[in-house]
Each structure stands twice: as C-alpha cells, then as structure tokens.
Design a protein. Structure first.
Length: 289
C-alpha cells in the first residue's frame, strides 16, 4: 500500500476522533456546570432575569444553577481545620476528679491495717490490764480454812476451784522443815496452815493437769508429766514442778492472787519435800524419776 493511500485513510480518522473528543469535552463541561441542554426558546427565556422572593436578589437562570452547583461542591468538600492557639494545661481538681481505683484500694488497705493494728493493740492491753475483782487474774477469796480442808477431804485429797483455775491439796506439817529450805515466804503462808494452792496449768506446754485419784498424783494427759500431791515434779518432760499462787490468810479466810504478781514458778526438778510415792496405778503412763 502506498503512502498516499495511508494518508488518505488516516486523515479522516483523525478528524472524526478529534470531533468525538471535542463533543465529549463539551458534554463533560456542561455536566460539571449542571446547566444541561436546553431548547432555543428555553435558552432565550433563561437569559432573562429571575427574581428570588426570599432575599429579593435578581439572578438569571444559569446563575442560579451555577450557585446551586457551587453550594453542592462546598458541602462535599472536607471541613477546613482552623488552627487555634494552644491552651495552657491546668491540673484537675482532685475533688472534682474523684477517687481512682488505685487510690480506693490503697486507702482501703491502709484503713484495714490501721483497724487491725488498733484491734490487736486493744486485745493486748486488755490481756495485760489488771482485771477487776472476782475473776481469774485478780485476787480471789477462796473461803475459810475449815471449808477448804473439808473440800479436800471430800475430793479424796484434791479440791478444785474453777474461778481461780486452781487445785488445793493438803500439805503435811512434818514436811515444813524441808519446805522452808526450798519455798519462798508467799508460798509458805498457806503451807504453814496445811494447804498448797496450785495452778492447774502444766509448766510444760500449758495443758490442764487433772488429779489421778488412784496414784494420788497430778498426771498431765498431754505429754505424761507427773507431779506428787503437792505439785513437785516426779516424771515427764516438764521443766519444773507445778506453779503456785501466793495466798494470804486474814483470820480464817484464804485469798489467792491469780494475777501476774501472785503467780509463782514451781519448784525445780528434784524437789521432793514430802517423799510421797504413787499410792496406786497411774492414770497416765510414765513412772517416777
């Protein structure tokens, strides 16, 4: 095919393509302006002024359409962020802000510890504070000597006074010379009158020591410590004899001091002023030293 023939075909094609592009551009421009295609009569009428009743402004139809298009475009555009001057930071008011969860838990723990400490301190003070009259930890009026000795005889050698947590047994007068070499004067006050006031608590680990009527000894059921009738250690792991209470005798009335000042440690291991041996079977196994 010759070059003339090619040019003959290409030129009309280019002309048609250019026309199509121009037509499309014109349509796109008309569409963007939202004016549309109008007849000659409509276009002639549209050129005349249009009076708007709302604000009294006189505009042509095309101007109204263009204003509407511009308004739609402005609505679709993103809002412009207006830069403002930074505001100085002011710490919030704690009362307005309230209490955070961490503050709540911290304050709760501190309050709980404070109440626990106060309760523990109060309990310790109550334990150490001297008790009033009539209960353990104070001076207790036991009764007359005759009544106490009668109670010992009725109890087959042992009299128990629960309000004083105390055993009272008889002390033989023939053993007093040996007792005076071992015991203190507050202990000897009652022993010289023929009685011994013994705390029921075992010196080993604090168990209540019962009387064994068959052996006529005190025998601890917890660990087997044994004491003769006047509380002197005879066997077991106890570190000493049974502790005693100081007693006073006013006329014929016996009063024992169960407070801290009236508690007297029992005699050391090896003390045996009465020489009493077990008078029968033991209630607790162990045997004498």
């Amino acid at each position: 095919m010759s070059a003339i023939t090619v040019l003959t075909i290409a030129i009309p094609v280019l002309v048609v393509a250019a026309g199509v592009l121009l037509f499309a551009a014109a349509r796109r421009r008309d569409t963007g302006a939202a004016t549309g295609m109008m007849s000659h009569e409509t276009a002639r009428r549209d050129r005349g002024p249009v009076s708007l009743d709302d604000d009294g402004v006189t505009m042509s139809g095309r101007e109204v359409e263009r204003a509407a298009v511009l308004a739609r475009r402005e609505e679709s555009l993103p809002a412009v962020r207006v830069e403002e001057a930074p505001v100085e930071w002011v710490p919030p008011d704690e009362e307005t802000l309230g209490v955070t969860r961490r503050q709540f838990f911290n304050r709760s723990i501190v309050t709980l510890v404070a109440f626990s400490s106060v309760g523990l301190g109060g309990a310790m003070l109550a334990q150490l504070w001297p008790s009033g009259t009539g209960g353990f930890g104070a001076k207790i009026r036991v009764g007359s000597l005759d009544d106490i000795k009668k109670a010992i005889a009725d109890g087959d050698g042992f009299a128990y006074y629960p309000e004083a947590r105390m055993w009272v047994t008889a002390y033989p007068s023939e053993a007093l010379p040996k007792a005076e070499a071992v015991y203190s004067e507050p202990e000897l006050v009652a022993m010289k009158e023929g009685i011994v006031t013994l705390w029921q608590k075992c010196p080993h680990l604090g168990c209540r020591v019962p009387a064994c009527l068959s052996s006529q000894w005190f025998e601890c059921p917890c660990h087997g410590s044994q004491y003769n009738q006047v509380g002197e250690k005879r066997g077991g792991p106890a570190p000493r004899g049974m502790d005693r209470f100081a007693a006073t005798i006013d006329g014929d009335v016996v009063t024992v001091d169960t407070g801290t000042s009236g508690q007297i440690q029992g005699p050391p291991i090896g003390t045996n002023t009465t020489g009493q041996e077990a008078e029968g079977p033991h209630c607790v196994g162990g045997g004498s030293e």
